[in-house]
Ligand binder design. Structure first.
Ligand code: CP3
Length: 341
């Protein structure tokens, strides 16, 4: 029994809509905060398969979501490529050496970093109810490259964007390397039990149109093609956050089976512009979930109605904010579960 989420990603549309939330395993949950107090840092927990599996299952146990997303981070890939990685309290991730300063071949690969992540997937798949879909993920090459190049996060990804114009061959080599790693990493997750995988392009929105084609569409298409060949039955969800008017081109040209949509797009426009029958995931505003105003229910129903004519996975337009009250999440779930499309 594959379950409602996997069926939907495979193109089926019924009356019930499956639901999961990006970052559903995280700090808005008191049980996550308690485990983190006890275990220490984020990265140590991501590499501790037992702890990571427990965290992955927390939102399933509490809310009964249709999908369980692996508890991990997009920066595992740079770590395995050979950058030093730490999360500094209040400052975010730091990667060194930064690729603005050194060439790729200054880094020594350590694929053993992937092993505990695969083990987390195996443990979760064993422990999850059969109808709950186990979701793997990776960051998309452009988004991951922005951190590898700058060594940290930034508001506008200027280091990587400038490198793309100053030394395109260097950035292309970095992207190519991330493509190769990501194919291996996602294949490993699928072999360990992930039933669908999501490519997160959190910074797809910062690019000029010709750059979008080269830095977002082409590398994601290469990953999807390789995964399709190795694991033809496993759906890939592409989430190009901030893609805006470029979303339809992304959906057509990358080969992804399903497309994630952020909250800035009108779902009625998305429903008109995407290929008929293509599964869509999204796109409820995480800030409306945080605020919990009386528009929460009506807006959720607007999203459900807009996508009623195609396979739809209900989700947020980006990760759940860590200050979100549990009661607001319960209201959202009740609205989605109560909808018959
Ligand atoms: O839905 C998912 O859980 C998807 C997986 C995912 C996570 N982070 C899990 C996570 C994805 C796609 C990310 C993206 C990510 N992670 C980015 C890109 C920008 C974005 O927001 O999309 C960046 C810069 C990171 C690095 C990162 N990870 C930071 C700065 C932190 C917070 C530091 C800390 O000490 O907690 C994380 C932690 C993190 N990543 C959590 C999860 C579920 C833990 C808890 C939480 O923040 O609620």
């Amino acid at each position: 029994m594959p379950g409602l989420l996997l069926d939907t990603l495979n193109g089926k549309r019924g009356t019930s809509v499956p639901l999961w939330l990006m970052r559903q395993a995280g700090r808005y949950l008191p049980e996550y905060r308690a485990l983190r107090e006890e275990r220490g840092g984020f990265l140590a927990m991501a590499y501790d398969s037992e702890a990571a599996c427990e965290i992955t299952l927390q939102p399933i146990d509490r809310f009964g979501f249709d999908g369980a997303i692996l508890f991990s981070d997009i920066l595992i890939v740079p770590h395995a490529i050979g950058q030093h990685l730490e999360f500094l309290a209040g400052e975010g991730p730091k990667l060194s050496p930064r690729l603005v300063d050194v060439a790729l071949d200054a880094l020594t690969r350590d694929p053993s970093r992937y092993e505990p992540i695969y083990e987390t997937v195996r443990l979760c798949r064993q422990r999850l109810p059969e109808t709950v879909t186990m979701l793997g993920f990776a960051g998309s090459p452009w988004t991951v490259a922005t951190y590898m190049v700058a060594g940290e996060g930034s508001r506008d990804q200027h280091e990587a964007r400038a490198l793309s114009y100053r030394d395109p061959a260097k950035l292309d080599a970095i992207l190519q390397r991330i493509v190769t790693e990501t194919i291996e990493y996602l294949s490993g997750q699928i072999e360990a039990g992930a039933e669908a995988v999501q490519l997160f392009d959190s910074w797809a929105g910062s690019l000029a149109p010709d750059e979008f084609e080269r830095l977002v569409i082409a590398p994601n298409a290469a990953i999807v093609a390789a995964l399709r060949e190795r694991h033809p039955a496993t759906p890939v969800i592409g989430f190009p956050k901030g893609a805006g008017e470029k979303l339809p081109a992304y959906a057509r040209e990358t080969g992804v089976q399903a497309v994630g949509v952020d909250e800035t797009l009108d779902p009625n426009w998305v429903a008109r512009e995407l290929p008929a029958g293509m599964p869509v995931q999204g796109n409820f505003d995480p800030l409306l979930l945080l605020a919990g105003s009386d528009r929460l229910e009506s807006r959720a129903r607007d999203v459900l109605e807009a996508f009623a004519d195609r396979p739809h996975v209900f989700n947020l337009g980006h990760g759940i904010d860590r200050r979100t009250p549990i009661g607001h999440v319960e209201r959202l779930i009740a609205t989605v579960r109560g909808f018959k499309g």
